[in-house]
Each structure stands twice: as C-alpha cells, then as structure tokens.
Write a protein that binds this ligand. Structure first.
Ligand SMILES: Nc1ncnc2c1ncn2[C@@H]1O[C@H](COP(=O)(O)OP(=O)(O)OP(=O)(O)O)[C@@H](O)[C@H]1O
Ligand SMILES: [Mg+2]
Length: 208
C-alpha cells in the first residue's frame, strides 16, 4: 500500500471531497479559459494568435496534470493508472515556457542525470515549477537561473533570480507546499534573499 492510498474511511472521504472540489473549481474554469484562448488565437494574427494558442496549450497541459493528480487522490484508482511520469527530465520544456514570460532563464544541470524515484522526481519538478511561477509573478527579475545537481545520494535544486527579493515575511500556499513536498521526500527546503540580492530557493532531496 503506497502512502497515497493509506488512511481510514474519514481520510478517504476527505480525499474524495478534495478531488471533487479541485476538479469542479479548477477544472471548470481552466476548461473555459482554454476555449476562450482558442477562440482568441484563431481570430487573430501574429503575436495575438501566438499568445492565444500558447494560453490554450498551457491550459490543456494543466488539465492533463490535474487529471493525473486527481487519479492519485482517489484511493480506489488503479495505482499504475495515474502513476507519476518521469518529470524532472522535462525541466527544459518547463524552463522554455517560463522564458515565454520574458525572463532570461539559465538552466544548469550538474552531475550525470539519472532516473529518480517518483517520491523525489515529482517534488523536485514541482519545486522548480512553483519557484519559477513565483519569479514570474513577484520578482520583477530580468534573469533567473535554475540549477539541478545530481549528487551520489541526493539531488540539489536552486532557483535564483535578480529581482526585488523577499518583501513579505509570510509564506503563501506556494512556499508552504514546496517545503512540505521537500519534507515528505525526506529532504529540506529553504528560501530567502540571494547573496547578491533577488530571491533564492534551495532544496536538497535524498535519493537513497
Ligand atoms: N522570486 C520571488 N521574488 C520576490 N518575492 C517572492 C518570490 N517568491 C516568493 N516571493 C514572496 O513570497 C510570498 C509567498 O510566496 P508563495 O509562493 O508562498 O505565495 P504566493 O505566490 O503569493 O501565492 P500562491 O499561494 O498562489 O503561491 C509572495 O507573495 C512574495 O511576496
Ligand atoms: Mg506562489
């Protein structure tokens, strides 16, 4: 029994409730956004068409990832069905999409990449994803770097930007979720100002 399917009846019912809410709230609105973006893209030329199409494709990707996450929340699901796919290997396309927001982002891989256990691969990817989302939303940065270091017994992550740095002392869902993901993987995450300003997130996740 994986940790994803552990828990008594109350826990299972709570997970079904969360799955329903996520599906109905996020799924509904994102689907409508995809349809609106498609209409926008097909009725426009040039940059507007490109933006419409890329909003639609980001939305479809979000819906596919939501479906996978919901499968895992539902304990009766076949565990193989919604199994997380190797994700850290998809970092280049995550970074490429973030560049579309107008920030120069460097991706550096140190050590020799190797397949990671799902319990490390998914959190590693999600931590970089949310850190980049925060750079785009909050940092006012021109440059950012993503560094992933494959060490013999761990994988290290650093996301650093040259923006305004921390302004709020309070973490939101993003930073709390990142720290929870790192802790669940047996690792640790920290965040704060970079040595030369900006904002830095680092995580170290043991790979066993
Ligand atoms: N790269 C960054 N540069 C500057 N400030 C940041 C950066 N990343 C996070 N912050 C600050 O930390 C706060 C908390 O981030 P967190 O991701 O937890 O929440 P959020 O992005 O505001 O909302 P959400 O819960 O949707 O992620 C942000 O509101 C912002 O003030
Ligand atoms: Mg955030």
């Amino acid at each position: 029994v994986s940790t994803l399917t552990a828990g008594g009846p109350a826990v299972l019912e709570e997970r079904r409730r969360i799955a329903r809410e996520l599906h109905d709230v996020v799924g509904h609105n994102v689907s409508l956004m995809v349809i609106a973006a498609q209409a926008l893209g097909s009725g426009a030329d040039g940059e507007a068409r490109h933006l419409g199409d890329s909003i639609a494709s980001l939305g479809r990707e979000a819906m596919a990832e939501l479906a996978t996450a919901l499968e895992q929340l539902r304990p009766e699901a076949d565990p193989a069905e919604g199994a997380p796919r190797p994700m850290l290997a998809a970092l280049p396309s995550l970074v490429e999409r973030a560049r579309g927001a107008g920030i120069a982002i460097e991706l550096r891989i140190e050590g020799t990449p190797r397949p990671l256990p799902d319990e490390v691969d998914l959190p590693a990817y999600r931590i970089v994803q949310e850190a980049l989302t925060n750079v785009i939303r909050h940092a006012h940065a021109r440059h950012a770097s993503v560094r992933v270091a494959y060490r013999p017994d761990a994988v290290g992550i650093e996301v650093l930007d040259d923006g305004i740095g921390p302004t709020s002392p309070l973490p939101g869902h993003g930073l709390r979720g990142m720290a929870e993901r790192a802790a669940l993987a047996g690792g640790a995450l920290s965040y704060g100002p970079g040595d030369a300003g900006g904002f830095r997130v680092t995580a170290l996740l043991p790979t066993g």
